[in-house]
Write a protein that binds this ligand. Structure first.
Ligand code: KG4
Ligand code: ZN
Length: 339
């Protein structure tokens, strides 16, 4: 008997639904919310309203694209947290209603675990090389920067994390200082391609162990730009590519310094990256180069699995389904959630 899971993701500003059958992706539909662009960041109240509008058509399309009907679905998995509470409530309530109406089990998913487990999504016709346990995962998003030792599907240990800002925040805040649109990470990546990464040098933080810090770097960049603008009001425009390349270079160096340390200490031979920042071309290239130097197998996700998506929720739900890990109708979302 085939096992078919509907996954629902609504933790931030993407409404997404996906169907995974026996570990293979059948559909992954994402509705992005354009409404936040003019505000320079996600507005929680607007995000929940947009989720409310999007969720039914998105789920409908995911089921149609998969070539299935509602009665083919064996369980519904949803993001319980972490995320914006109002956004999570929409996905959670929808999933509960769907499970109740169709008389199928409900599976709760931790969004961060799902980013890690996105590496287990299989696709028809692809070579589907999956990591084996244990492996390390560098999880880098707008809200998180963590090195996770993944011992099993649901046995994960955070061995290092940021003590203040996340790497994605560092990208976005530096981009904002330079007047780039939100989220700035992809713009910094784009302009970096024509810039010199060594044009401007920024000091790196000194944090013990495998932990990270990005707030000092962000403040240093702010003061640096302020000083330069005093001498030349067109400083940013004149140096945009070099500034972006130098920021990106520093953020990645900080990420890799601790990752290298973790690889050495754990002696793990497989390293995955995940989260929105894993779409960064500089990070992807650096991980690839590092894998050759340090002799580990690198798992670099397809672009569509780097940012928030329901396929990662569905695959996580699938593995929980196999273990019979279900939750009841009294389940509530959690804005803060660890594992
Ligand atoms: O995982 P994600 O979609 O959302 C959460 O934060 O959970 O990550 C979004 C973050 C943003 O900070 C965005 O600027 C960053 O990922 N990002 C990038 C790139 N694409 C997305 N940062 C650098 N380079 C990119 N190409
Ligand atoms: Zn995410």
């Amino acid at each position: 008997m085939k096992k078919t899971i509907l996954g629902i993701e609504s933790s931030c500003d993407d409404t997404s639904a996906s169907i995974i059958q026996d570990g293979f992706l059948l559909s992954n539909v994402i509705a992005n919310q354009e409404v936040h662009k003019i505000y320079g960041g996600v507005v929680p109240e607007l995000a929940s309203r947009a989720h409310q509008q999007n969720i039914i058509p998105v789920v409908d399309s995911a089921i149609k694209i998969a070539g299935l009907s509602k009665s083919d679905i064996d369980a519904v998995a949803f993001t319980r947290g972490p995320g914006l509470l109002g956004s999570l409530l929409v996905g959670t309530s929808f999933a509960k209603g769907f499970a109740l109406f169709n008389n199928i089990p409900l599976v709760e998913v931790n969004h961060l675990q799902a980013h890690v487990l996105s590496h287990f999504i299989m696709e028809k016709g692809a070579d589907n090389q999956l990591p084996t346990f244990p492996f390390l995962c560098l999880l880098v998003s707008g809200g998180h920067t963590q090195i996770i030792l993944v011992k099993d599907y649901f046995e994960m240990e955070i061995i290092g994390q940021t003590i203040d800002d996340a790497a994605g925040e560092a990208f976005d805040k530096c981009a904002k200082i330079m007047g780039l649109p939100y989220p700035g990470g992809p713009f910094v990546d784009k302009y970096s391609k024509d810039g010199n990464p060594l044009a401007f040098k920024f000091t790196k933080p000194k944090v013990p162990g495998f932990d990270y810090s990005y707030s000092g770097f962000k403040t240093a960049f702010l003061y640096f730009i302020r000083d330069q603008i005093k001498n030349d009001t067109n400083f940013i425009e004149k140096n945009l590519n070099d500034l972006c390349a130098s920021i990106q270079f520093t953020i990645i160096e900080i990420l890799l310094d601790k990752l290298k340390l973790a690889i050495k200490e754990t002696r793990v031979k497989q390293v995955a990256i995940g989260g929105g920042v894993s779409a960064n071309s500089g990070l992807r290239n650096s991980i690839h180069d590092l894998s050759l130097k340090m002799n580990f197998k690198a798992f670099i996700p397809e672009f569509r699995y780097t940012t928030d998506n329901a396929a990662m929720i569905a695959i996580t739900g699938y593995h929980k389904f196999l273990k019979g890990q279900f939750v009841g109708q009294d389940i509530t979302p959690l804005a803060r959630m660890t594992f």
